[in-house]
Design a protein around this ligand. Structure first.
Ligand SMILES: Cc1cc2nc3c(=O)[nH]c(=O)nc-3n(C[C@H](O)[C@H](O)[C@H](O)COP(=O)(O)OP(=O)(O)OC[C@H]3O[C@@H](n4cnc5c(N)ncnc54)[C@H](O)[C@@H]3O)c2cc1C
Ligand code: FES
Length: 284
């Protein structure tokens, strides 16, 4: 059975600050009681308040930004768990499990450009992904800014969380909204196809995507049609985050590298999967 990562710990933490982001999001800065080394982008933590205001089951959140043991999480308020976290005040005690999951693959600068497709709160794992790719990961060649193209889509401009921070990273940023309130009107794949038609983005790219399930299904289908390398960071619901509850199944492809298992566990084998290994298109 796949095990949780050996560096994962259950620990206490303290909320340092909460700031609003977009129309329904917050950025929580949290200090962990156990020191954290630099962590790979797209790994995640399970978080809850250490009081009765949070549901008993902690909720998973991607690491957004890191400054030593001060971790930032970009959170969209959805239900009870995210509301309790968003309404916390500095000093609130937290229960934290992590770091969990695998993170993005090595974003090397020696092949086709990386196109990063973010849908709404799916932007969270990309900030550090861009930072780390620009610095160079695992001894691989660093990416130049033009090799990292960030396409950020949302229902409306209020859900393009922290857009100005992404723009300040110095890599190309293109936006789209379904209501046309910011950038191109339409979804991120239409934006990608438009940019490829005008030559602003080459046809041969490597794709990373994080966002709602419907978006990831479309991205996967696009990657398969065009024979593009593609990794998805999945935000499936999770119970335990450590491989015990079977609450996070992802269908595997029998012909893929994970072989004959019918499901992978997003928490311990993901949340980042190659589309060679899993499929979001249930009809496949
Ligand atoms: C690896 C991973 C990383 C994540 N990173 C982030 C992040 O960085 N920022 C962030 O805001 N969220 C992230 N999420 C999603 C986040 O965990 C959920 O939004 C959160 O658990 C909702 O908890 P809640 O108690 O507020 O809502 P609930 O009361 O549990 O649910 C409220 C409503 O939202 C729906 N819902 C709950 N979870 C999800 C989900 N995962 N996908 C779609 N609909 C859902 C429920 O069906 C319900 O309708 C991540 C999830 C995973 C698995
Ligand atoms: S969330 Fe429990 S097994 Fe993945």
């Amino acid at each position: 059975m796949p095990a949780p990562p050996s560096d994962a710990r259950s620990m206490r933490g303290e909320l340092i600050s909460v700031r609003p982001s977009g129309s329904d999001g917050v950025v929580l800065t949290v200090r962990t009681e156990i020191e954290q080394p630099p962590l790979r982008a797209a790994r995640f933590f399970m978080l809850r308040r250490d009081d009765r205001l949070s549901p008993a089951i902690p909720r998973p959140f991607s690491l957004y930004r890191q400054n030593g043991s001060e971790l930032e999480f970009l959170i969209k308020v959805m239900g009870q768990g995210t509301k309790a976290l968003a309404q916390s005040t500095p000093g609130t005690a937290l229960r934290i499990v992590g770091p969990l999951g695998n993170g993005w693959p090595t974003l090397d600068g020696s092949g086709a450009p990386w196109v990063m497709l973010a849908g709404g709160i799916g932007s969270a794992p990309f900030y550090m992904g861009i930072e780390q790719a620009l610095r160079g990961m695992d001894g691989a060649k660093a990416c130049s800014p033009s090799q990292l193209i960030y396409l950020y889509g949302a229902a409306h401009k209020g859900m393009l969380y922290d857009l100005e921070l992404f723009e300040a990273l110095g890599t190309p940023v293109h936006t789209c909204t379904m209501d046309g309130s910011h950038g191109h009107k339409g979804h991120v794949l239409q934006l990608l196809e438009n940019l490829q038609r005008t030559g602003a983005v080459p046809q041969k790219v490597r794709i990373l995507a994080c966002g709602p399930e419907r978006m990831l299904e479309a991205v996967e289908a696009h990657a398969r049609r065009n024979q593009l390398e593609c990794w998805l960071s999945l935000e499936t619901m999770m119970g335990c985050g450590v491989g015990i509850c079977n609450g996070c199944p992802v269908p595997t492809r029998p012909e893929g590298p994970m072989g004959s298992w019918t499901n992978a566990k997003a928490c311990v084998e993901g949340p980042v999967f190659s589309t060679e290994a899993v499929t979001m298109c249930h009809a496949h």
